[in-house]
Design a protein around this ligand. Sequence first.
Ligand code: ZN
Length: 132
Amino acid sequence: MADRMIPPMTDLNKGFWEGGADGKLRIRRCQACSYWMHPPYPRCPRCHSEAARWETVTGTGTIFTFTVNRRAWNPETPVPYVVAMVELPEQPGLLLTTNIVEYDPDAISIGMEVEVCFDHQETVFVPVFRPI
Ligand code: ZN
């Protein structure tokens, strides 16, 4: 992938973007009811608690849905590339929007098992996934 636009870092999302520095995917988790929250919310959408912290997840998942982009919206970004939603096994419906890398885009399918790797750009580690 070409250089990405670096997301604005906030106290609320910093754990997600910097978590990959040690190769671990981290998701914010409510400490009152154990609900995983992505994107990270300041308050648990299930129990409304503000007690949350970053916890490591397995880093595996399945492709929930995807699309193959074949148009070079940014001339520096090589095409085709895959934009996908990956469901993490920690909780039904826990989805990450991401890219699928290191694989033929035409061979990707819904339900394929994937594992996280990180695209290190400046100060962030963008979680992307590759088929297992
Ligand atoms: Zn909660």
